[in-house]
Design a protein around this ligand. Structure first.
Ligand code: PGA
Length: 248
């Protein structure tokens, strides 16, 4: 049984005042409850870790550099995220692939840096709208998975997040048929490449997950949770998503 996961990506949002809400999130206390990870902007990590010290909420970063240290102004090393209290880091989010031209090879190197620092890498993949409408959509997603996931990925150190770019922040979500087909394909690829580890690796859906659509999305066998952007900013929106996961 794969433990379900509700991960919140705050992106470049969040104030110190919002951190108090994190400690009110419930779920995640036992191995049978969904795990909860919130990824605030890097300057808030330490305070987020302090605010959640006595709660079931884990903390994650939104990106890390592929190198352990060095002359990379503005970047953050995975070990620094770990020191700040993170246990996970998102790598290869489509906004970073677009804004910073990150390639699959760079994403893979970042995931390896996360492993070296003892962090779980949440590796994001997903197609553009044009790709979704074309004939090769699943092949494109499979190639991203192949290129972005390191050979040393395990069920412990890696979570895959399937996020169609056109669904992020738009209120649009794929049909259930598309979600099921894509997640089944990802599971098959993971098993082919990583055997039991691939069977046990968590695969999240991301892109406009809301309290109103979460329960339906979580019905899919190979959806093990969600990576949530906008709806993770308020406990009033995120808690019902966690609850839907717990009930799935
Ligand atoms: P959204 O973002 O939930 O606001 O669509 C998801 C994401 O980018 O991870």
């Amino acid at each position: 049984m794969r433990r379900t996961l509700a991960a919140g990506n705050w992106k470049m949002n969040g104030t110190p005042e919002m951190l108090a809400e994190l400690a009110t999130l419930t779920g995640g206390a036992s191995d049978t409850a969904p795990q909860i990870i919130i990824c605030p902007p890097a300057p808030l990590l330490t305070r987020a870790a302090e605010a959640t010290a006595n709660s079931p909420v884990d903390i994650g970063g939104q990106d890390c550099h592929a190198n352990a240290k060095g002359a990379h102004t503005g970047d953050v090393a995975a070990s620094m995220l770990k020191d700040a209290g993170a246990s996970a880091v998102i790598v290869g989010h489509s906004e970073r692939r677009a804004d910073h031209h990150e390639t699959n090879a760079q994403v893979r190197a970042k995931a390896e840096a996360a492993y070296a620092a003892g962090l779980t890498a949440i590796i994001c993949i997903g197609e553009s709208e044009e790709e979704r409408l074309g004939p090769d959509c699943l092949d494109i997603i499979a190639a991203q998975l192949d290129g972005s996931a390191p050979d040393s990925a395990t069920a412990e150190n890696t979570v895959i997040a399937y996020e169609p770019i056109w669904a992020i922040g738009t209120g649009r979500v794929p049909t259930m048929e598309q979600i099921v087909e894509t997640h089944d394909m990802i599971r098959e690829k993971l098993i082919n490449r990583f055997a039991d580890q691939g069977e046990n690796m968590r695969v999240l859906y991301g892109g406009s997950v809301k309290p109103t659509n979460a329960a339906e999305i979580f019905q899919a066998e190979n959806v093990d949770g969600a990576l949530v952007g906008g709806a993770s900013l308020k406990a009033a929106d995120f808690q019902p998503i966690i609850d839907a996961l717990a009930a799935s």
